[in-house]
Write a protein that binds this ligand. Structure first.
Ligand SMILES: NC(=O)c1ccc[n+]([C@@H]2O[C@H](COP(=O)([O-])OP(=O)(O)OC[C@H]3O[C@@H](n4cnc5c(N)ncnc54)[C@H](OP(=O)(O)O)[C@@H]3O)[C@@H](O)[C@H]2O)c1
Length: 289
């Protein structure tokens, strides 16, 4: 039986790994207090105590805008810590699974990005996440990096997904403004958790783009969320969504506009198509109801 240590136990993806946690693996979920990515002595101590065969690192600094102001902290969590963790794991022959982001691309391509495409991070979050994933890949060919995008799912306390943002605007009677020029792939965390375990079972190593099917703009994503919420009677009517360009939000941070990832490599290894995010959306809204 493989012993797996999961970091960031209170996060969205870790919660879904907890829900799935199949009996042929022995899972240990550790939160920030027990496994702080900023404390390498503590990480080393926990690895020695638990002696896992695999570490799944779901912990990250994900507040993209805040990374611009909290540069040192976000770099420490997203870049330096994965590098230290990868070194510790390599020294103990532990396979490390880590997650990257679609934001490492600059959006110039306008067709789905493959694992072999050239990266060009446009902001501090993306640069930090890129440094982190590369350090993990360099540390061992057995390590696994799954790049993903627009992760969503139900969580007992966390309410920060785009779906929550859309439904909050409806509850508060606010007109929702959503971007037509930002296109990516919503990814159901429960699916991402399943793919992670499937890749581990196959002893896969290296880099994978791990997203559902169907790139969509924020504007169209918001409209589908509202339509589906009306259909299952979570809300009574769908208010109009106002289409805007990213420049409307006047952020000084540069964001890539098109970051659809191709899941062809993942499909081949899974032996099936990862499937659309639409099924995940229906499941999440049903749970919210
Ligand atoms: N969510 C997305 O849309 C998205 C998109 C692309 C890539 N990803 C990547 O996918 C992975 C999983 O994301 P997620 O959505 O599950 O993230 P999440 O819900 O934000 O969870 C991340 C967890 O990391 C913890 N954490 C932060 N700093 C830490 C530290 N110093 N030590 C230990 N734990 C720390 C957080 O704890 P606190 O609750 O205490 O802050 C949080 O529970 C991450 O690598 C993320 O970058 C996510």
């Amino acid at each position: 039986m493989k012993k797996i240590l999961v970091t960031g136990s209170d996060g969205l993806l870790a919660h879904q790994l907890k829900q799935i946690a199949p009996g042929d693996f022995e899972f240990h979920f550790l939160g920030r207090a027990e496994f702080d990515l900023l404390n390498s002595d503590l990480m080393a101590q926990r690895l020695s105590e638990l002696q896992p065969q695999v570490v799944i690192n779901t912990a990250a600094y994900n507040l993209v805008d805040r990374c611009e102001t909290e540069r040192e902290l976000s770099w420490a969590v997203n870049a330096t810590a994965p590098q230290q963790l990868a070194k510790l794991c390599a020294g103990k022959n532990i396979r490390l699974v880590h997650y990257g982001t679609d934001y490492i691309f600059d959006g110039a391509k306008k067709s789905p990005y493959a694992e072999t495409d050239t990266t060009n991070p446009l902001n501090h979050y993306a640069a930090g996440k890129f440094a982190g994933e590369q350090a993990v890949l360099r540390a061992s060919p057995e390590n696994l990096v799954l790049r993903t995008s627009w992760v969503f799912d139900w969580h007992p306390v966390q309410t920060k997904t785009f779906i929550h943002t859309v439904l909050k605007a409806v509850r508060e009677g606010r007109t929702l403004k959503s971007t037509t020029d930002q296109v990516s792939v919503p990814t159901f965390a429960s699916d991402l958790a399943q793919w992670t375990l499937a890749l581990l079972r196959q002893n896969a190593g290296g880099l994978f783009h791990a997203v559902n099917d169907e790139g969509v703009s924020r504007f169209d994503w918001a409209k589908v969320i509202l339509e589906e919420s009306v259909r299952i009677k979570l809300i009574s009517t769908a208010p109009p969504v106002e289409p805007v360009l990213s420049s409307f939000f006047s952020s000084t941070m540069r964001r890539p506009d098109y970051t659809v990832l191709s899941n062809t490599k993942l499909s081949k290894l899974l032996g099936r198509n990862p499937g659309s995010w639409r099924g995940g959306l229906r499941k999440m809204l049903a749970q919210m109801k």
